[in-house]
Design a protein around this ligand. Structure first.
Ligand code: NAP
Ligand code: GLV
Length: 315
């Protein structure tokens, strides 16, 4: 099988991926566009493309593709390429190790907000000794937006920590120990009932700009937002207003409109914003290479690959 690898990754990281993938599928014929270009006959003949944010237009040259396999869980940037061949199935990265990493990040954020870790860090910078009121976990209502791979794992782990967890998705879901809701009509009420909102939705036409002035106003006064999904879910200027007017207490942000977050961006310096560098759940190449290999083997056997994207839904 001819497999094209197209990843906008930096030097060493790209080399590590190349090694992990070619080790996982050593008998396949791997095509590296950095070495061979995207106009070559071999590129055009690729059976499978394994990609991480490829430059728009490049996959349109591969006319024999049977599968596009993303190394990322979110496929919003990939789907934004209008030249992607419409008939080719797209699989996204689904890896239990990644779900677990995301749940760990969400648990850290929720525990830090609940146990006032960001306030104590600020107090330490001021050499201020002051104990703040302590709440029990079962007094803290946490809403997880999105109950897919990441959201479901996160909601279950937060419930296991003793939080009062609710979840929201497009279609009705059942998750043990979690009060679930579905559909837009339920969103204002569930937002208004939460102390901490964790966003784990995919970025689609429906969810872009979800946290605008109106939705932020629907959040409970003094609540906090944890955005671990995509920057474009949040209207940054509206979030700033919500924080500056003390409607929201704190925002933990892993993702931004513009990444890397520009050095002058106000979020870096805001006392009620915690910034992470899009690291909530990194694809783990050790386990992800095996996920890719399993899908390549499925194509080889003529079977449907796993975790296909529904292009009409955008995730
Ligand atoms: P997923 O398995 O596709 O789950 C998506 C969930 O969102 C589903 O429960 C879906 O509802 C729900 N949803 C989608 N559109 C909705 C809408 N309009 N209204 C209500 N619910 C909606 O995705 P995932 O693997 O959990 O990943 C989620 C996102 O996390 C990715 O798309 C990516 O943007 C982000 N991510 C970030 C990082 C990071 O490091 N920061 C890492 C990985 C992923 P249904 O269940 O009803 O379909
Ligand atoms: C990372 O953000 C991913 O979508 O995998």
């Amino acid at each position: 099988m001819k497999i094209a690898f197209d990843a906008r990754l930096e030097g060493a990281e790209r080399a590590d991926w190349w090694r992990a993938l070619t080790d996982a599928l050593p008998d396949d014929d791997w095509i590296d566009p950095a070495a061979e270009g995207t106009q070559s006959a071999r590129w055009r003949e690729a059976d499978i493309a394994v990609v991480a944010n490829p430059l728009p237009g490049r996959l349109a040259h591969c006319t024999r593709l049977k599968l596009i396999q993303s190394l990322w869980a979110g496929v919003d940037r990939l789907l934004a390429d209008a030249t992607l061949p419409a008939r080719v199935p797209i699989a996204r990265m689904v890896d239990p190790m990644m779900n677990r990493a995301m749940a760990e990040t969400a648990m850290w954020a929720v525990l830090s907000l609940h146990r006032r870790a960001f306030d104590y860090a600020a107090q330490q910078r001021q050499t201020r000794w002051r104990a703040l009121p302590q709440r029990r976990a079962d007094e803290v209502a946490v809403l997880v937006l999105g109950l897919g791979q990441m959201g479901r794992t996160t909601a279950l782990q937060l419930a296991a920590l003793g939080y009062r967890v609710s979840g929201w998705s497009a279609r009705a879901q059942a998750v043990d120990g979690v009060e679930t809701h579905a559909g837009w009509a339920s969103l204002p009420a569930v937002l208004g009932a939460a102390d901490i909102v964790v966003n784990l939705l995919p970025l689609t036409d429906d969810t872009r700009g979800l946290f605008d002035r109106t939705r932020l106003a629907q959040m409970r006064a003094g609540a906090s937002l944890v955005n671990l999904a995509r920057g474009a879910h949040v209207v940054e200027k509206d979030l700033l207003v919500a924080l500056n007017t003390n409607h929201l207490a704190h925002a933990v942000l892993d993702v931004f409109d513009s990444e890397p977050l520009p050095a002058t961006h106000v979020f870096w310096f805001h006392p009620h914003v915690t910034v992470w560098p899009h690291a909530a759940a990194q694809t783990d190449l050790r386990s992800a290479a095996a996920v890719v290999a399993a899908n390549v083997e499925a194509v080889r056997r003529g079977e449907p690959p796993s975790h296909l994207v529904d292009r009409s839904r955008g995730y």
